[in-house]
Design a protein. Sequence first.
Length: 143
Amino acid sequence: MKKIYLIVTISIISFLFVASCSILPGTGSNQLIGTTWKLISFAGNKPLEGKDMTAEFDAREIRGSASCNSYFGTYNLKGDQISFSELGWTEMACMDPEGIMEQEQTIMKMLSESSSFSIQGDSLQITTSAGELLIFQQLTGID
């Protein structure tokens, strides 16, 4: 009888441990929770020097710098599929460097057209419905 109680107790503890891991940042079904990323490539282009685009993920929200303006929105995951909605951003006009506003518009359009994602090591790749890639590098600590 004691053997059965021990097996049941171990099973319950194991289940609770595994279940608790799914709510920790960056674990379980949502590996994005609590992570921050810096864009290193969009549609094969490198971002303009000194104008970083970042993405910070919470449980259901994304926010960051779009290069000039700050942006925010929600995201939804289903397996390796990702979609962004309710995207909004501030409306500052930046003129330096040349092309910064065009870069920002392109990046935000691509983000709104996202269809899938993958994480490999410290790299996040988001693919648009047109097959274009947004490639991010994970930020750790203070950069």
